[in-house]
Write a protein that binds this ligand. Sequence first.
Ligand code: ATP
Length: 249
Amino acid sequence: MSTPALIEVQGLGQRYAGRSVLRDVSFRLQPGESLGVIGESGAGKSTLARLVMGLERPSAGEVRWSGLAVQALSAKERRALRAQVQMVFQDPYGSLDPRWRVGRSVMEPLDALSMGEAQRQQRLAEVLAAVGMEIDAAMRFPHQFSGGQRQRLAIARALTTKPRLIVADEPLSALDVSVQAQILSLLRDLQQREGISLVLVSHDLAAVEVLCDQALVLRDGAVLEQGATAQVLGEPQHPYTRSLLAALA
Ligand code: ATP
């Protein structure tokens, strides 16, 4: 029997107030594989990311995590699987509460799992080390860090539950160019060291090239092109993709 894909998306569609913003999106990732999602503003990239995370109910199609349809899971099953899929946002404040010491925000995803305090502290130390931060960072507040450090902390938070997939929505675009390179290399490192898969929403083609095996180009909610990254970025078939890539390059 073949092992189920880490994630499988089939015929996915979404409508908001009767308007179709995503249509017939399908892809599958095996463990350790990553997908880059490219498209101009309003193409439906973030909507796809939210659906992959199981944060919204799609109006068509389905999302399967390790072979299980996310929409059909009970709340308990979903909580258990939730640990396997985490999200990183463009703005780290999406996952770091400005009023909380960083350690509390970083460890929050563990609250849903029953874990002893000693184990929690050990996990905190592990994830901070994994993103190159000192343990005493946990006692400080988000505003005491630079943008790049905050994004590292948001990634640390995503790592606490040992996810197999991270959905990252424009994780580099709010950062200075030099810091982008550091976060890119951190994500690459996590893929290689921990075998984590990424669904990366990005207009940074270099990031998609470095991090993703597959690429998918969205336009007005529909898939225009998809396939191996080298093929999609190197030999785009559609004139729109060629002009989009020229604009983004
Ligand atoms: P950007 O790069 O600007 O973030 P995007 O490609 O991520 O764009 P989405 O945010 O997925 O695009 O939005 C796709 C379309 O759906 C847009 O027209 C947007 O206005 C609309 N949309 C997104 N979320 C909602 C919502 N909750 N209710 C109504 N319309 C929405």
